[in-house]
Ligand binder design. Structure first.
Ligand code: ZN
Length: 425
């Protein structure tokens, strides 16, 4: 309604203006270089209006021509974007389907059409990787690392490639770059821990360790690796506090205490760990400063005083009593160990030596040696993940690389393997 009203008003005004112009008296004269044009005022007004309209359209045409290259560029860009997006989608579908050649073709087309952006570079890298063209993939990933917003994606891809190729030093450097590009990523933390373990960089692994990590084992490794005595003692103390039942942690700490002249504290550490989990190396450490055989036996009695009933305590006292020529005591302690269910070569060999020292019945020694041949294996370091037997303790299993899995166990007490390859026996 309003529109109709507006049209009617405009029409009325135009009519009124035309009426007014048509009614204007006189003539308009234009003189141009000797040429004189005279026309009635109404005609001159009409000519002026037509001239105005023509000029308007001429200007619009000129503007269109001037803007044409820009329009053409926009149109081409839009077309490239549309085709590039199509190619990118096709590349993604081919990647998902595992079609390497198709993926690479579409990814390269997407990169040509869209230029080097995060999307096209990542697709190029993935497609080249699927096609086994590692150089091409690496070049695309390196291009990603050059841009702050996509650097992390690039470093992640390069890190995966270095890990696959077993280039551990390069992988560790790339992990550091990735951390700088995007600090605190959970995936990267796990990857850096794995690399630190792989490279036996125990202190780095300890720094990255989460609540589940075997910090005691990592701490012992870090203490052994450092050349600074104060730092080594600090790391060893932390490891021992983390797991006082881990004999290598106690030995690492006590060794450094002994080196610092703190023998009493060292002995206290060893005694606490022995009470929790007796290990022959703990006794060897505690008795090392003593040479007198009776003094060694007395020191051993002090060591086991808190838990004299443990089979390992009976075995230790039996061996030291025999060395001190106290065969009666040696026999009593060895029999006590046997009553506790110990059926291992080390016990039967000790009983054979005791029988020989007693000199009573030669058959006793022979019987003990016979029993040694068929007994359960002596305890040793075993991996609780893959069951491999290790000659010596290390922070990570030498077979399956699992950290903190080596435990002092006899074969009969090894828990079933949770993962990893079967141990060579
Ligand atoms: Zn293992």
């Amino acid at each position: 309604m309003r529109r109709i009203l507006r049209v009617l008003i405009v029409a009325a005004l135009v009519l009124a203006a035309a009426w007014y112009v048509a009614g204007l008296p006189g003539t308009v004269t234009v003189r141009l270089d000797g040429l004189t044009i005279a026309a009635p005022t109404a005609l001159a007004a009409l000519a002026a209006a037509i001239l105005f309209v023509l000029l308007h359209f001429a200007l619009r045409g000129l503007t269109f021509l001037l803007r044409l290259p820009r329009h053409l560029r926009r149109w081409r860009d839009a077309r490239h974007r549309r085709l590039g997006d199509q190619a990118a989608t096709r590349a993604m579908v081919a990647l998902a389907a595992g079609d390497a050649d198709e993926a690479r073709h579409h990814a390269n087309r997407a990169r040509r059409l869209l230029g080097d952006n995060a999307h096209s570079l990542l697709l190029t890298a993935q497609a080249a990787r699927l096609a086994g063209r590692h150089d091409e993939s690496e070049a695309a990933l390196r291009a990603l690392t050059a841009r702050p917003e996509t650097a992390f994606i690039g470093f992640r891809g390069l890190l995966r490639r270095a890990t696959e190729a077993g280039a551990w030093e390069e992988a560790a450097a790339l992990a550091q770059h990735a951390e700088a590009a995007h600090p605190g990523a959970t995936w990267l933390r796990g990857e850096r821990t794995r690399l630190a373990l792989r490279g036996a960089r125990w202190e780095d692994a300890l720094a990255l360790a989460d609540a589940e990590a075997p910090k005691a084992a990592l701490g012992v490794g870090a203490a052994e690796a450092t050349t600074d005595p104060a730092r080594a003692r600090q790391l060893a103390r932390r490891a021992w506090r983390e797991d006082p039942a881990l004999a290598p942690a106690a030995l690492a700490f006590a060794t450094r205490l002994r080196a610092a002249g703190r023998e009493r504290r060292a002995q206290a550490v060893i005694r606490r760990s022995w009470t929790l989990a007796p290990h022959p190396d703990l006794a060897a450490f505690a008795l090392a400063p003593l040479t007198d055989k009776l003094a060694r036996l007395q020191a051993a009695q002090t060591l086991v005083a808190d838990r004299p009933d443990q089979a390992e305590a009976h075995l230790l006292l039996a061996r030291l009593a025999l060395e001190a020529s106290l065969t009666g005591e040696a026999r009593r302690q060895a029999e006590a160990a046997r009553e506790q269910g110990i059926n291992q070569p080390r016990l039967w060999l000790l009983l054979a030596r005791i029988a020989e020292a007693e000199g009573a019945n030669p058959d006793d020694a022979r019987e003990a040696l016979r029993r040694a041949a068929t007994a359960d294996p002596d305890p040793a370091w075993h991996c609780t993940a893959c069951q491999a037997r290790a000659e010596r303790w290390t922070p990570a299993c030498p077979v399956c690389d699992a950290p903190g899995t080596l435990r002092w166990l006899s074969a009969a007490t090894i828990p079933p393997a949770s993962a990893g390859p079967l141990a060579p026996s």
